[in-house]
Design a protein around this ligand. Sequence first.
Ligand SMILES: [Zn+2]
Length: 503
Amino acid sequence: MPGSKSTAELYADYKIKVQKIADVRNALAVLGWDQETYLPEKGAGFRGQQITTLSTIAHELFTAPELDNILQALKGNTDLDPVQQKNILLSTEDYEKNKKYPAAFVADMSRVTNESYHAWIKARKANDYNVFAPALSKMIALKKQETDILGYEGHPYNALLNEYEKGANTAMLDTIFNEVKTALSPLLTQIEQHPPVNKDFLHLHYNRDVQWQLGIHLLKDMGYDMQAGRQDISEHPFTTSFSPQDVRVTTRIDENDFGNMTWSCIHEGGHALYEQGLPTEQYGLPCGEATSLGIHESQSRLWENNVGRSLHFWQHHYPRLQQLFPENLRAVSLSDFYKAINKVQPSLIRTEADELTYHFHIMIRYEIEKGLMDGSIAVKDLHHTWNEYYRQYLHVTVPDDVHGVLQDIHWSHGSFGYFPTYSLGSFYAAQFFTAAQKQVPELDNNIIAGNYQPLLEWLRTNIHPFGRYYTSNELCKKVTGKELVFGDFLDYAKKKYGGIYNF
Ligand SMILES: [Zn+2]
């Protein structure tokens, strides 16, 4: 019985139970990684069964009453140190939240998710939103139900936002995306008035093996620990972690697109550095987990954009790049290369967008999700709403649904509230990088010299070691002295694109 045990014994029991759940989940992650990289074709059938079995075990362990008893016994116990108290608090929150979902809702959600995913695939094949709309309607009805199950203050969408970014709400996001509209739109108009930048040379033939070597080289330079991870090839690049001592990344290589591998490799490397920097002594516990999707994305985008698309970064790497691909790049100056890799061009597809117009893609999805949740946007008219937004904000005409409302998988999976974390990631990244530039002596000169150790050390001190101990908002205030604001990103964008496009 919990009552007869000391606090230390109870905490030890808690740790064993929660780490056991983490072991099962990490084993699941290994199977998932394998599925995306090396699984032979015939292995898929039983692999599905193995994944379902382990998922069920993880769920059973997490919902077991013994864990609840221990959490109840330790809740509010001030004999525990602050990190231990935080672990108990967060595990209790996770447990309570999980308990809120009625079994019937979970079953409905699983059925509708399956249905809407297949409807989405079918709709894409037919290039017809109307094929997806009935299933999406059901999904949105369930999501509205979920907002009631979870509870919320203010807008119902807040309940869903909170799932991916604890504490995020429409008040905060309205402010930020209004600034995207009012401050980035004029910047975009200025850029559109300039002659287009040439980036054709990025689409010449870039040998696969040489690209692979370049990727490994960049990961090592960034400080990614190859003894605690590895890189493989997959269709969609991703990072997955089984512990801070085994964090895998994947990439893809397109021989006719130099940028494809390069920046996805740096991006995933940024995610991986965060996971490798989480505290090993908190393995499996909340304080050993990433704080939020937005903060995770801030780490990938800081490396990808603030570092990896900067002139400073390529001052060091470009001469070597020219040696690796002499036929393609011998006659291209560093300045032209830098302009090409930062070319701004409004487009239809989010995943192909540049660093600036990207946030209009997210803002549009944010407005739509919010409208779907409060009923101000109808599912039936969604493709028209979508096309109108793209015309208004990105000045492009959507030719068909595949290049419009059907492009992302997220809604078919029921992921509402996820998209904003992509933009938050970039805005956190700008704010963190600005803070690092102030706090780390000679940061820029070190980057020019190809030395990322001071930056990594700063991240390892200020961002990585806390896990979920701080929420994203608390972490941001602690590191930068203020809550998330759009201003640092705007300053960064103005300086960078003003330099490139001469305004
Ligand atoms: Zn990412």
